[in-house]
Structures are given as C-alpha cells and as structure tokens.
Design a protein around this ligand. Structure first.
Ligand SMILES: NC(=O)c1ccc[n+]([C@@H]2O[C@H](COP(=O)([O-])OP(=O)(O)OC[C@H]3O[C@@H](n4cnc5c(N)ncnc54)[C@H](O)[C@@H]3O)[C@@H](O)[C@H]2O)c1
Length: 334
C-alpha cells in the first residue's frame, strides 16, 4: 500500500503513520508537512531511514508539488494537515482559510486529476457546533460551526462532499471528538493541564469550566482511521467518539489528582468568545460497520499520557519556548 499522508509531523498524523508501520510490511508513506509551529519532524524520528518512509517539507496548497507527489500513483491520500487551534483562529483566520480551505481544495483537485482511488478527509466534531444536553450529533447532522477553525473545517468537508457528488471523487470524511495522547502540541488542553500539574503551576480554565468534551485516545482514533482507510465507502461520512464526556473543570481536577498535585490552583479566566458548551457524537454506525470500539479507558489513557509528558520534558519545553505566540488568557480544549 502506498499513501500520501499530509500533516504527518503533527499530533494525530505522526501517531497514525507510526501505527500503520507497526506490524505491516510493504507499506510506503510519503509524509507531506509544512512544519508550521505545530509540526516537528522529530515526532517521527524513529522512522528516519525506514525504506518505506519519506518526508517532504511543503504546503498542501502548492499545486505543482502535490501533483508531482501524486504522479507515480498512490492508493490513498490521508489528509490531516490543518491549522488546528481554535484560539489562534479567533486571533486571525487567514492561515486557517489558506491551509484548511484552499489547501484541501488544491489537494482534492490534484487527487481527482491523478485518479487517486481513495481520499480520507480528517475532520472534527466541531463542525456540528454545540450539541444540547441529552442529544448526539450523527454523521448527517447539520453543520453549524461556531468559530473560524470549525468553519474552515466545515468548508473543507463540503468541498470533499461536493467533489463526490459532482465528479464521483472517492472522498471519505471522518469526524472525531477530542483526541489526547503522546506528541500533542503543548498549546492544547490536556498537555497544558499535564505540564501545569508536572510543574506545580497554576491552571487557567476558560469561564466556569463546565464545558463538556468527549475524549478519545489518539491510538483508538488511529485504529478507527485505519479501518475506514481500508474498508470505508466513498461518499460517506463517519463519526468517531470515545464516549468519555468530561467537564473541563473535572478534567483539570482529575489530572491534578493523577499527578499527585491536588493542591495546585485552578484559575478561572474570561471565557473564549463563541465557546461551545458541549459536543457529543453518535458513532454507532462506525462501531457496527467496522467492529471497532475504543480499547483504552480514559483512566489508563490519562495515566500513560501524563507519564509520557513526564518523560518528554525536553520535547515540550523546546516547543513552548519556540512557539511564536504564548498562551496568555486561558486553556482551550482544541
Ligand atoms: N486534535 C484533535 O483533537 C482533533 C480532533 C478531531 C479532528 N482533528 C483534525 O485532525 C487533523 C490533525 O490534527 P492535529 O491535532 O494532529 O493537528 P496538529 O496541529 O498537531 O498538526 C497539524 C499538522 O499539519 C501541518 N500543516 C499545517 N499547515 C500545513 C500546510 N499548509 N501544508 C502542509 N502541512 C501543514 C503542521 O505542520 C502539523 O504538522 C486536523 O485536520 C484536525 O482538524 C483533530
């Protein structure tokens, strides 16, 4: 199997590539990543020199480069590359439009012209907007994004869906709830909590902290993506959930307890504008069709993730130092 994976130097993409290579022979992966502030080649240092793995630094919106990478034929494109942080999109949406919308459009066009047989668009539960208590959003729920990041992902998803309807382009959309696990950028919610707990520093929480998010370990997400890559049906949208709904404030307390730092202060700061109160996905179809379900309990996953951040202090310290924008107001769940 030969794949073009985009954004494979980021959090989920690097975990996905590593997951695919484990226990598989004959796999070839070209990883196209611009190495923005969020991407690190060292996230896949263990694959450097592997004969099936090639890293290419470049922009998914670079039509010539993408056409060149697809010229020899691939079995599938798996598209992770994105600007992914909601707070940054509120501060300025231009890079989100460039990568998430224009970049996805360029990739879809290039893949269509090259006759790529399968295209996986990795998307998010945020495109559905807030889900009221007691309800779940299924794959076909209406899109109602609340922030520029979510709007840019929804736009990209619609381009993939439209290419299927217009041209029969074999796009598949996946929408997952919040991921956590190793190699997640320090600006995201669980890493911020883990780093604060490990350092014994204050934890800033947006608003009342009662926003609810569903959490899935990245390895479980990767297993679902692998099943969809191999057996998913073109033109379909698949939702993926962990069914671990937790209020942000409770997640902060849980990580403090796990780290043995229950006395660390939680500081409530002004809420993020347009902050969705709750997400929740119905992923029954994905579970039934692929005989998939998460294997890592939230309790085990949080423990191993905290240990990972404990053991990779150099990694996150270098990223927090080099990150162009410092977190000033609060911590976001995406
Ligand atoms: N993290 C989550 O909880 C979550 C949940 C659901 C869906 N998603 C989606 O999964 C995908 C990956 O998310 P993540 O958390 O790993 O993000 P990330 O920010 O960790 O990684 C994004 C990667 O994309 C690369 N990139 C950015 N712009 C690029 C461009 N123009 N060309 C090529 N590469 C570029 C970055 O260098 C980085 O390596 C995104 O599409 C995101 O919307 C994430």
């Amino acid at each position: 199997m030969k794949l073009l994976v985009t954004g494979g130097a980021g959090f989920i993409g690097s975990n996905f590539i590593r997951h695919l290579f484990a226990g598989r022979t004959g796999l070839k992966v070209v990883n196209l990543d611009l190495l923005t502030y969020a991407g690190r080649e060292e996230n896949l240092a263990d694959l450097a020199g592997h004969p099936g793995y090639q890293f290419v630094r470049g922009d998914v919106a670079d039509r010539d480069l993408v056409a060149h990478l697809l010229a020899d034929g691939v079995d599938a494109v798996v598209h992770f590359a994105a600007e992914s942080h909601v707070d940054r999109s509120i501060g300025g949406a231009d890079p989100f439009i460039h990568t998430n919308v224009v970049g996805t459009h360029c990739l879809v066009e290039a893949a269509r012209r090259a006759g790529v047989p399968r295209f996986i668009q990795i998307s998010s539960d945020e495109v559905y907007g807030p889900v009221p208590e007691g309800r779940q959003a299924g794959p076909d729920a209406p899109l109602s994004p609340s922030n520029p990041y979510a709007a840019s992902k929804a736009a990209a998803d619609l381009m993939v869906a439209a290419a299927w309807r217009t041209h029969g382009f074999p796009g598949i959309i996946t929408r997952c709830t919040n991921n956590y696990g190793p190699w997640q950028h320090p600006e995201k919610f669980i890493p911020v909590l883990a780093m604060a707990a490990l350092q014994g520093s204050e934890m800033p929480i947006y608003g009342d902290g009662l926003q609810v998010r569903d959490w899935i370990h990245v390895q479980d997400h990767c297993r679902a993506l692998e099943a969809i890559l191999l057996h998913g049906e073109p033109g379909r949208t698949y939702t993926i959930a962990g069914h671990n709904s937790v209020r942000n404030l409770d997640m902060a307390r849980r990580i403090l307890d796990l780290a043995g730092q229950p006395g660390t202060a939680i500081r409530h700061v002004q809420d993020r504008p347009g902050h969705d109160r709750r997400y929740d996905l119905d992923d029954g179809v994905t579970r039934r069709e692929f005989h998939w379900e998460p294997r890592i309990s939230l309790s085990d996953g949080l423990t191993s993730t905290l240990n990972w951040y404990r053991c990779h202090r150099d990694w996150w310290e270098s990223l927090t130092k080099t990150s162009a924008e410092k977190r000033r107001h609060g911590v976001a769940t995406t």
